[in-house]
Design a protein around this ligand. Structure first.
Ligand SMILES: Nc1ncnc2c1ncn2[C@@H]1O[C@H](COP(=O)(O)OP(=O)(O)OP(=O)(O)O)[C@@H](O)[C@H]1O
Length: 322
């Protein structure tokens, strides 16, 4: 019997490759989400849907609004178009986003994660000074100290801590980091840090995992392993949404690609279709017609190049840094 991800991918083949297209089984639906910083509109997405059980890439030139979009839907930022009691946009034009059947408008970041929309976080300086295992335990959904009742009764919190540790060790083994469990997270290589970030996110059993540039700083030796882990997650039923500048990776593993430019969704579709779309070529290339939009034959041979940043659009770049 075909599994969820095979079915979901087969369904995608019927979807029209146009911005904002309806998906047969959307896990995330976003409407009217706008974010302005002063006079600049960073995100202005009228409608977008993410299909359940597949790998979707969110791509776009620097400053396109990808990170701001991630921040908005995960509760780390509030849309300028959020509904207000008085004086906000009309109901039909107010921001609304639904994840796994639940309206997420007023849901804070930690609750968003509990509901299964989990994003990876870069290892900050503080986390680098903790061991690999301690980092994993921070990612656990049920922390003994968070539940007053459990915290009061020793056998309960001991059982919970043991369950969390067992799960962390299992994940570390799967991600080939078990030997490093007592090392400081800061001592890991770039690729191992990315594996740890992903493994930590899995501690809370995400329904959808959101990866922010999973290939950044990863050397070729770990490229295949990371790609394999991402595909395995999808094959086990987890929806994957990732932001990435490495077009080789995008072409290689995405079931669907959504393209942002200047805050808006400008294209959607299978990687091959999207990469030959004029709006995408214009958004990415600007004056730089020699920019490589990716050819995955290198990944097939297992010799991915160093992840490359796509050439910036000088107009957007000026705005970003002015
Ligand atoms: N807190 C902020 N205050 C002011 N401007 C911001 C803020 N956050 C983002 N911006 C601006 O919003 C725009 C979109 O930025 P964002 O980081 O979302 O783009 P991005 O597509 O993720 O870019 P990159 O690929 O470089 O990470 C940029 O012009 C950025 O300078």
């Amino acid at each position: 019997m075909p599994d969820l991800s095979t079915n979901s991918r087969a369904q995608l083949a019927q979807v029209e490759a146009v911005p904002g297209s309806s998906k047969p089984d959307p896990i995330l639906t976003v409407d009217n989400i706008t974010r302005r910083f002063g006079g600049m509109t960073a995100v202005d997405v009228a409608h977008v849907e993410v299909q359940r059980g597949v790998i979707t890439a969110l791509i776009g030139p620097n400053g396109a609004g990808k990170t701001t979009f991630f921040n908005l839907i995960t509760g780390f930022d509030k849309p300028s178009s959020a509904p207000k009691l008085f004086g906000g946009p009309s109901r039909a034009l107010a921001a609304k986003w639904v994840f796994n059947g639940r309206n997420m408008g007023n849901v804070g970041a930690s609750k968003v994660a509990q509901l299964g929309m989990v994003r990876t976080f870069q290892l900050t300086k503080a986390l680098s000074k903790l061991s690999v295992l301690q980092n994993m335990l921070l990612g656990a959904k049920d922390q003994a100290g968070e539940n007053f009742f459990v915290a009061l009764i020793k056998p309960l919190w001991i059982a919970q801590e043991k369950a969390n540790t067992d799960k962390a060790l299992e994940l570390l083994e799967r991600f080939k980091l078990l030997e490093k469990k007592d090392d400081l997270a800061g001592s890991l290589s770039g690729g191992q840090k990315k594996l740890l970030e992903m493994a930590r996110a899995l501690m809370s059993d995400p329904v959808m995992i959101m990866l922010d540039e999973p290939m950044a700083g990863v050397n070729p030796a770990l490229t295949q392993s990371l790609l394999g882990h991402i595909q395995a997650l999808r094959d086990q039923g987890t929806t994957v949404l990732f932001v990435e500048h490495d077009m080789h990776m995008v072409r290689h593993i995405s079931d669907w690609v959504i393209v942002m430019a200047e805050g808006q969704i400008v294209a959607e579709g299978p990687a091959e279709t999207v990469m030959s779309n004029k709006a995408v070529i214009d958004a990415y290339l600007g004056a730089h017609h020699d920019t490589d939009l990716g050819d995955d034959s290198l990944l097939d041979e297992g010799v991915s190049q160093t992840p490359e940043k796509v050439t910036k659009d000088p107009k957007i770049d000026q705005e970003t840094h002015s």
